[in-house]
Design a binder for this molecule. Structure first.
Ligand code: ATP
Ligand code: MG
Length: 162
């Protein structure tokens, strides 16, 4: 049991706590979509991620079955674009990655740009490479919680090698 005096002495200061939050290393799921693999853009997209300080700690090129695409995007099941999205995501190879870095979820979303390339900031992946709102070249998890779910769905623990 820790003595009261010791507990008080070791209580972290608020400013230290905030420093820890700012330094959080996160993991996120990234995908290079079929429109981009078809145009041989894999390397250019990965370069943008790495240049921004994200590390590719797992990666594989696969072609999804209809069932895999339906499962991954089941959150959008009721949306009018769902069937088209599943058809698009199974139309060719995708490159799936686990990215790691400080604030990786938000950082990846920033590098990707807005869903609709017409609204994406200059220099982002979608502004430079996306064809339209559907064929928008990349996917990135939208929260730390969803990243954990998506990584578990797409990778075995043994495939994440650091
Ligand atoms: P992603 O989840 O792929 O990273 P996102 O989070 O920016 O993209 P979501 O709203 O989650 O956008 O939509 C998932 C995907 O569905 C989009 O990336 C795009 O491929 C497709 N999509 C989204 N909105 C539309 C739309 N209005 N019309 C056609 N396709 C769409
Ligand atoms: Mg999304």
């Amino acid at each position: 049991m820790v003595a009261r005096g010791a507990a008080r002495r070791y209580k972290p200061r608020t400013d230290n706590k905030q420093a820890v939050i700012l330094m959080a290393i996160e993991r996120t799921l990234s995908m290079i979509k079929p429109d981009a693999t078809a145009r041989n853009l894999t390397g250019k997209i990965i370069a943008k991620l790495e240049d921004a300080g994200l590390r590719v700690i797992a990666q594989k090129r696969v072609q999804w079955s209809e069932a895999q695409a339906q499962k991954f995007y089941e959150v959008h099941e009721q949306r009018p674009f769902y069937n088209d999205l599943v058809a698009f995501m199974t139309s060719g190879p995708i490159v799936m990655q686990v990215l790691e870095g400080e604030g990786a979820v938000a950082k990846n979303r920033e590098i990707m740009g807005a869903t609709d390339p017409q609204e994406a900031n200059a220099g982002t992946i979608r502004a430079e490479f996306a064809e339209n709102i559907e064929r928008n070249s990349v996917h990135g998890s939208d929260s730390v919680e969803n990243a954990a779910v998506e990584i578990a769905l797409c990778f075995e623990i043994s495939e994440i090698v650091g």
